[in-house]
Ligand binder design. Structure first.
Ligand code: AMP
Length: 273
């Protein structure tokens, strides 16, 4: 991969990069399509990164089908898939990690300690290997996007980071590889994440400014679904990720909810004048 990316550099080709954990869907493909439009070459990585999974998390259950991913990518004209093995990425004994302070403590960081250290480490490594001009990420993983932007800036990485909007199913559920683990019943319950965000948007639209009140109503709506368990619901400053009590200016409403055994996340950015 490094030889190939060096060659692209000498050929003066612009390179776009889309890191993924595979089991691709339209959300991933939206990033790939944008990269294809904006660059001479697009490289997609498929790597289920073990260091971002906690010991009790779903690494073994994470869906995988590289052949299917390759077919989907070929169909839209992306011709390079980089799929290293965990052994290659983390030669033993592995000792070096990248950690973005503060931004990774709250939200998903609270219930998934070590998760973002794994994410920023693998993304830093992939960027070093692929050496893209631009790397594309989804707003679906809002906290990840912010941490990666900060890492690239703080470590003077010579790469543009672009964050693209969330792609949703027709009923509003944010696309995710993890959706494939939902039973048909759970799949219908899962729409509650987006519905809850819309409820929050509606409340704020009608003038509600208290985060606590908005969050209480969101909690109540989710609790109506038997199969659900709230991990967190937070309203935060979209740059610092610090909780905000009174909604004004820009706000990020983010939540993580277990539907059965599957943990789903979603978020919405609001602007209040
Ligand atoms: P993953 O394979 O889940 O690690 O995701 C790889 C990239 O695709 C990340 O930058 C995600 O934020 C992005 N992504 C995942 N789901 C969506 C979605 N529904 N809409 C837009 N981007 C997404």
């Amino acid at each position: 991969m490094q030889k190939y990316s060096n060659r692209l550099k000498t050929e003066n080709k612009s390179v776009g990069f889309v890191p993924t954990m595979g089991y691709l869907h339209e959300g991933h493909l939206s990033l790939v399509r944008r990269s294809l439009k904006e660059n001479d070459k697009t490289i997609v990585s498929v790597f289920i990164n073990p260091t971002q999974f906690g010991p009790k998390e779903d690494l073994a259950r994470y869906p995988r089908d590289l052949k299917r991913d390759e077919r989907m990518l070929r169909k839209i004209g992306a011709d390079t898939v980089f799929y290293p093995t965990a052994k290659e990425m983390y030669p033993k004994p592995y000792r070096t990690y990248v950690n973005v302070d503060c931004l990774t403590d709250a939200l998903c960081g609270r219930s998934r300690p070590g998760h973002f250290r794994g994410v920023t480490t693998v993304v830093a490594k992939l960027l070093n290997i692929v050496k893209p001009d631009v790397a594309y990420f989804g707003q679906k993983d809002a906290q990840q996007a912010i941490a990666i932007k900060k890492m690239a800036n703080d470590l003077n990485m010579n790469v543009g980071i672009k964050i693209l909007p969330i792609v949703r199913e027709p009923d509003g559920l944010a696309m995710s590889s993890r959706n494939s683990a939902l039973s048909p019943k759970e799949r219908s319950y899962a729409t509650v994440l987006h519905k809850t965000l819309l409820l929050a948007k509606q409340m704020v639209g009608k003038g509600e400014r208290s985060s606590a009140k908005v969050i209480n109503k969101m909690r109540a709506l989710i609790r109506q679904e038997d199969a659900s368990r709230i991990d967190y619901i937070s309203i935060v400053n979209p740059e610092t990720l610090k909780p905000i009590k009174t909604i004004h200016g820009e706000a990020l409403i983010a939540l993580a909810v277990y539907i059965g055994r599957t943990r789903l996340i979603d978020n919405l950015k609001l602007k209040v004048r």
